[in-house]
Design a protein around this ligand. Sequence first.
Ligand code: C5P
Length: 232
Amino acid sequence: MGKDVIIALDVDSREKAMAFLERFTDEKPFVKIGMELFFAEGPAVVREIKARGHKIFLDLKLHDIPNTVRRSISILAGLNVDMLNLHAAGTKAMMEAAMEGLTRPDGTRPLLIAVTQLTSTSQERMESDLWIEKPLDEVVMHYAQNAAASGLDGVVCSPLESGKVHDVCGKGFLTVTPGVRFADGDIGDQVRVTTPAKAKELGSDYIVVGRPILKADDPVAAYRRCVAEFVD
Ligand code: C5P
């Protein structure tokens, strides 16, 4: 599985998504479509971007009863996307059901990645709202192990956690890592950030980069800089 840069296509319309992608004439970046664009435009935008030759991480973070997740994930896999995700909090039973629904009739399947605890969840909130009274980093690793035991391909995590995830779940278990910023860039609302070069050094398998590319004066140059630091 090759390392790659995934651009978070965090826009609210097909027009904005296409205007952005049209800037790329020489390469076809791997893109992440999240709830915002998917809920605005539906599966048609996924098909259109796929037809342009891009790999797609459809970031819809499924979390429901196992039967519903099995059936829904097979619909999403049918869009020929390359990566899907769900909440590990849905339990191993839900993740195993998701794996059952993932394989397409032709035997191929997208990668399936788990979200552990959202990075917006603090230790305090996890204890007070969720009644989980364990250290957050241990909860993250436990959820990652549950995902690996259920047959998933990896987790979304901080680049700073990639090494530990690989130690606990194996080198082949993928780490898909947001929170990436250039050394000389604006960090925005991200708290713990890492450069693409540092993410590579820490062992991330994929970096997910949004604003440093979307908001750059020259997004193609910013994308190439990520690739040069992370992949090449
Ligand atoms: O613009 P930025 O580079 O911060 O975008 C990062 C992307 O990764 C966004 O789509 C964000 O929702 C997503 N993400 C994140 N942190 C997580 C999980 C997902 O920033 N823990």
